[in-house]
Design a protein around this ligand. Structure first.
Ligand code: PMP
Length: 394
């Protein structure tokens, strides 16, 4: 059996048509397949490889920690210096109410932990989220997700989850003493980079404060520099009560976290004790990788260039087939007329040696989320290829 057949047979599939690129190696902004064809990676494994592939410092940190020790105990019992060091460093970049980090394995698990924390802190059970939101694929995260299409087959889901539209004042009347949490994204990536009005978010934060509702910012995709600051929260005049990070946080290793105040986090220590449990969350090798990635992100001064790089994509990507371009930093979405056209362009890009993708709730839109380390020349090269792919597809 070929590797492809074995993949299709034994690696459980979730799509009838996976890209099925057979990967040999990855370095910088390039991925190489088993036929030695090189692809320019415009999506970073969906906003994960912010430093590019094969970052030397991240690899060295992984090797060093693996040589010292890997898993030694479930979450929270032993003092493991990679966790302590990463949490301390991360907190030095965060506001004073976000100084306690609970490490998880995935973004969805961070969402689950945050919802549980909000319930414990407030003693309430209602959760409010937004149409078109994506927070993960586990039952709780799916319940607050904003797509009926992806939820319907899995009901019953969590009760008392309520959805509102971004920028719609109706939500303010609903937010009362029964609501535990409101969860939002600064950029709704999976909707094709939908960005709420900053004023709406500001009012939302104020209303949550008035009613003692915890505001949860899901920065799993927008965090770690993707929007031009380490966290998108730095570009707003309010601070969430819980911050979620993931994806690029682990430097290419599986790591996420929900972050809140020391006082709020105390709620997970009693009634019941062990309010959230994970075996592998905060794996020492992942934490070592994450710290090296965070150090490099700062040392390479990548953040300062993200907005400019995003602007270059915007400037270059002008074509009559592009109906709309939604962008924030290096999250760029090109909206075409239909999924069929978009799919043709994505396939053509692949032929030409470039990896792009569509969005979960916006199949007509093409995703650009390259490593933040992409250079101006590489952006120009990517834009040339994309414009060629569009010309040859329409
Ligand atoms: N929240 C957001 C905003 C995301 O983009 C994702 C992943 N696409 C998640 C949560 C879930 O993360 P994970 O896939 O690691 O569970």
């Amino acid at each position: 059996m070929s590797n492809r057949s074995l993949f299709l047979t034994h690696v459980a599939q979730t799509s009838p048509a996976p890209m099925a690129l057979a990967i040999k190696s990855a370095s910088g902004i390039y991925i190489t397949d088993e036929q030695d064809k090189k692809y320019l990676d415009l999506i970073s494994g969906i906003a994960v490889s912010n430093l590019g592939h094969g970052n030397k410092n991240v690899i060295a940190a992984i090797q060093k920690q693996a040589n010292k020790h890997m898993h030694v105990m479930v979450y929270g019992e032993f003092i493991q210096s990679p966790q302590v060091s990463l949490a301390t460093k991360l907190c030095s970049y965060l506001p004073k109410n976000l100084q306690s980090v609970y490490f998880t394995n995935s973004g969805a698990e961070a969402v689950e932990g945050a919802l549980k924390l909000a319930k414990r802190v407030t003693g309430r059970s209602r959760v409010v989220s937004f149409t078109n939101a994506y927070h993960g694929s586990t039952h709780g995260a799916l319940s607050i997700g904003g797509s009926e299409f992806f939820k319907n087959a899995f009901r019953p889901l969590l009760p008392e989850c309520y959805h509102f539209n971004y920028n719609d004042g109706q939500i303010f009347d609903f937010l009362d003493g029964q609501v535990a949490a409101v969860i939002f994204e600064y950029v709704q990536a999976e909707a094709g980079n939908l960005i709420p009005d900053p004023n709406f978010l500001f009012q939302l934060a104020a209303r949550c404060k008035e009613e003692g509702i915890l505001l949860i910012a899901d920065e799993i995709q927008t965090g770690m520099g993707r929007t031009g600051s380490l966290f998108a929260l730095e570009q707003h005049d309010f601070t969430p009560d819980i911050l979620l990070v993931g994806k690029a946080f682990g430097g290419g290793m599986p790591l996420a976290a929900f972050i809140s105040s020391y006082d709020y986090m105390q709620a997970l220590t009693s009634q019941p004790v062990l309010g959230h449990i994970t075996t592998f969350g905060g794996h020492p090798v992942c934490c070592a990788a994450a710290e090296a990635a965070l150090d490099d992100l700062i040392a390479l001064e990548l953040l300062a260039s993200v907005t400019e790089k995003g602007e270059l994509f915007k400037f270059r990507l002008k074509h009559r087939a592009i109906k709309k371009l939604n962008a924030k930093g290096l999250m760029v979405a090109l909206h075409f007329e239909s999924f069929e056209i978009n799919k043709k362009i994505i396939d053509k890009c692949l032929n030409l040696g470039m990896i792009t993708d569509w969005f979960l709730y916006a199949p007509q839109a093409l995703r650009i989320a390259p490593p933040l380390s992409i250079t101006t020349n590489e952006i120009n090269q990517a834009c040339d290829l994309l414009l060629q792919a569009i010309d040859e597809s329409i």
